[in-house]
Structures are given as C-alpha cells and as structure tokens.
Design a protein around this ligand. Structure first.
Ligand code: UDP
Length: 468
C-alpha cells in the first residue's frame, strides 16, 4: 500500500519498561496489518532504549519524543512517581499537540487515523477528540487489575478508599472483603491497587482522573484473553466497549513476527549458555521486574531462602533494585551457591522463561511477567510490589492455581519452603499441568478464529473509524 494511503496509528505508552513493551508488541501487530506507526516515548525512556544494546527497534516505525519535564540525571523509580505523573498531565499534553501538528505538516506522513494511549495517559483523549479521530485506551495491566482501577469511584462511594489513616494498613482492615465490585470474587482490600492506599494524595487523585478519562475513550484494549479472565471481561463489557487481544507476545509469534523489543537495560545473554548446562526444568528464575525496589534485609532473606532450597537459580539483580544503594549479597552466601547460581543485572526474560531448564519463576507479579510465564508454561511464586501486582498474585494462586502466594514480609524459611513446593512434588506437577493448559488456551485465543484474534479484527475496524 502506498505510504500515504496507510492508516496511521500514534501510540503513546506510559513511560516505563512494563508499559512500553506491550505497546511495542501492539505496534508490531498493527504494522503487520498495514498501519503506519508513530511511537511516542518520553525523551528519557527513548534515550535509555537507544543506549541499551538489546533494543531492537523496528526500522520502519517513526519515533517521536516528548520531554517528561524531570532532570535527566534523576532516576525514574517509583520514588519519582509523583513528579512523573505531575509532569505527564502538566507538560506533556502541549508537547503531544506539537508532535501531532508536526506530523500534519509533513507531506510524507499519512493523516492520523487514531491515537492509542497507555494506562494513565488518558489526557491524550482530548487530542484525539480535537482531531475527530478514535482515541483508544490500551490497558497494559491485567483485566482484573484494570477493572479495579476503573471501579475506583465505587470503592470511594462505598467508603473503602482513601484510608482514614495509616493505622488501617495494620489493624486487620486490609483483610476485609470487598463486595461492591460485580464480577470480582475473592477481592480483599489488600488486593486493590496499592496506589489506592499507600501512595500520595496526588497519585490517588491522578489515578482517579486518568481512569475516569479513559472511560471516555472510543474503546479499550486489554492485553489478556477472554478465557483467562472471563467473569471480569464480562463485567467490563457490561460497562465499556472493551476487547481482550492478548497475549500480544503470543500474537506476535502466531503472526510470524519477530518480537519487537525495547529495553532500558542491556541484557546479559551469557545466562543462556549457563541455562544450557542445567538439568531440564530444574532452574528457578528470580526477577522482580523493572521498578520494584526492596530493602537490604529483604534481599538477604531471599538469598538464604534460595540457598536453603538447594535448587539452581538465575537471579536478576538490577543495579537500582535496593533502596538508594547497590545490592550487596553476603560473601558466605555467594560462596555457598557457587556452581548452581547465575546473577545478571538484566536478563533476556522471554528467552529465559522459554528455556527448557527453567521450571519455576519467583516474580513480583507484574502483568507482563505473569503473561510471559503463562505463555512459557512456567508456574510462579508471587511476591507483589505495587499496582495491579497484588490482585495478580491472588488470581495466579487462588483462581488459576498456577502459583503460590508469598507473604509480604520476606522470611528465608518461607522462601525456601515455597521454592521446594514450586519445583518438586505433586503440587508442583499440578501447577505445571494447569499453567500448560492456560498456555494452550492462550495459543488458541490468538490463532485464527480464537477470541483475541476475533477481538482484534473488531478493534481494527473501529480504529479506522468504521462502526464507531
Ligand atoms: N524484563 C526483562 N529482563 C529483566 C527483567 C524484566 O526483559 O531482567 C522485562 C520483562 O520480560 C517484562 C518487563 O521487563 O516484559 C517487566 O514488565 P512487568 O509488567 O512484568 O513489570 P514492571 O517492570 O512493569 O514492574
């Protein structure tokens, strides 16, 4: 198709690794369906990706950047969340308008057909409205997580949030069941996105505003598949036009597309050779995603728990994993696990999870990590940090039964016992069998005629303003 006749999607992810990845995957799929792609990153994220040796940008995408308004030398961990979110709503809309105008003036670029914005970037809907084109909210968390965010007003009306004071975090209130959200079984206060009870007032209000605004989108996309989260998807569909089109990484594979990849860190590929030398299904992969931080004490408890389990493990320790300092493992521990451990600062996670030596995943339950583990058929231990990770833990352990829920307080004995349960014995086999079934279901969902495949077809029609 001649360039100028191609439909043109502008994609705008929230500026973090876990949001950019699925947005890249969606761009890859849209590109394969004839779309001209403009991918808009913040300058900081884009710069990090250009510097990483592992980024595999699609040469055919057009990249644009907007400033996030924060000095480049400051890190963007969750400690900066207030500043980042403030800047996103205060500065970025005007910069997005500039990008859109620049595209309009370029005679070699086809007119914009739609804007797809990530979770918490719903301010971009205004630009789509001004241009008279569809604005599409792409929710990158799980459907269960997204649904709770979208039900924030119900939680407020029913007096669950905001918490009256900090004592509610420890007085048993977090165990209380919540029944005001239809279609959500087993929901307790401790499952709702942690930002609703432990973030600043600013973040709380930011989330409420952004989720409300995303309800004005023409429609929503979620990186899940109907069969995985059916009751929640049904409840969502009763309130909004929403399509489950995932797992996008599986959809990429089914379409013969090489994984589009944008990484903030350079991957340590040498871990793959180490995995080649390990026994089938014996290795625990330990990784807490791109933003989680922990204390020195928590790191040490994980370390001794892994040591006690006697399983081989591959552990990703990001340079900024520990609060305000770099991670220091006890020398005695490092000595003891020599020969059955590999430490990396950033791993090629997808390749790792699909490697036959990997038999279990100790994860922070980020949605990408959870989906990747399902697609690879690997059971999990869940130690959530924030956002939708708490509800993901509950779904993994209690609804899908493909993993084990860890307590929030890390204790070496518990880590050791859980790793053993994850890797050896009847319970481990059962979890492996069930996650294998979900993996097969995910493949069916994105294959021709499957739920996600059909949903994508419907969404594509709407994206071009048809059936609006
Ligand atoms: N990831 C990776 N290598 C690592 C750690 C993480 O490639 O060493 C990728 C992982 O595959 C996933 C993303 O980073 O796609 C993390 O997203 P997730 O939603 O799991 O967690 P977040 O980082 O947003 O908390």
């Amino acid at each position: 198709m001649a360039t100028l006749n191609r439909p043109h999607a502008l994609l705008l992810p929230f500026p973090s690794q876990g949001h950019v990845n699925p947005m890249m995957q969606l761009s890859n799929i849209l590109f394969s369906r004839g779309y001209y792609i403009t991918f808009v990153n913040t300058e900081y994220i884009h710069d990090r990706m250009l510097k990483s040796e592992s980024t595999n940008f699609k040469a055919d995408f057009r990249f644009e950047t907007i400033p996030d308004g924060i000095p480049p030398e400051l890190s963007r961990t969750h400690n900066q969340l207030d500043e980042i979110c403030k800047s996103l709503v205060d500065n970025c809309p005007a910069h997005l308008e500039k990008v859109v105008n620049k595209l309009k003036e370029n005679p070699d670029v086809p007119p914009l057909t739609c804007i797809v914005y990530g979770s918490f970037m719903s301010w971009a809907q205004k630009t789509a409205n001004r241009l008279g084109i569809p604005g599409i909210a792409f929710w990158t968390p799980s459907a269960c997580g997204s649904y709770i965010y979208l039900s924030a007003s119900l939680l407020v009306e029913n007096g669950y949030i905001p918490l009256k004071d900090k004592s509610y975090l420890t007085n048993g209130y977090m165990e209380e069941e919540i029944s005001c959200i239809p279609g959500m079984p087993l929901l307790r206060m401790k499952d709702v996105p942690s930002f609703f009870y432990d973030a600043s007032r600013y973040i709380f209000e930011f989330l409420i505003t952004q989720t409300q605004a995303s309800m004005t989108a023409d429609f929503m996309l979620i990186n899940t598949f109907d069969e995985l989260e059916e009751p929640v998807m049904q409840a969502l569909r009763a309130r909004f036009p929403v399509y489950g089109i995932g797992p996008l990484l599986e959809a990429e594979q089914q379409n013969g597309l090489s994984n589009s990849f944008a990484s903030l860190w350079t991957e340590e590929k040498s871990c793959m050779q180490w995995l080649d030398d390990q026994e089938l299904g014996s290795v625990v992969y330990v990784c807490f995603g791109s933003i989680t931080v922990m204390s020195d004490q928590e790191l040490v408890e994980f370390a001794w728990g892994l040591e006690g389990s006697k399983q081989p493990f591959l552990w990703v320790i990001r340079p900024d994993l520990i609060h305000g300092t770099s991670a220091k493992l006890p020398t005695e521990f490092v000595e003891k696990v020599k020969g059955r451990s590999f430490f990396a600062s950033w791993a090629p996670q997808l390749e790792v999870l699909f490697h036959p030596s990997v038999g279990g995943f100790l994860t922070h339950s980020g949605w990408n990590s959870t989906l990747e583990s399902i697609c690879a058929g690997v059971p999990m231990i869940c130690w959530p940090f924030f956002a939708d990770q708490q509800i993901n833990r509950t779904y993994v352990s209690q609804i899908w039964k493909i993993g084990i829920a860890m307590n929030d307080v890390v204790e070496r004995r518990e880590v050791e016992e859980m790793v053993k349960r994850l890797m050896i014995g009847k319970e481990a086999e059962e979890m492996k069998r069930r996650v294998g079934e979900l993996r097969d279901a995910s493949i069916r969902a994105v294959s021709k005629g499957g739920s996600s495949y059909n949903n994508l077809e419907k969404a594509l029609l709407k994206m071009q303003g048809k059936n609006r």
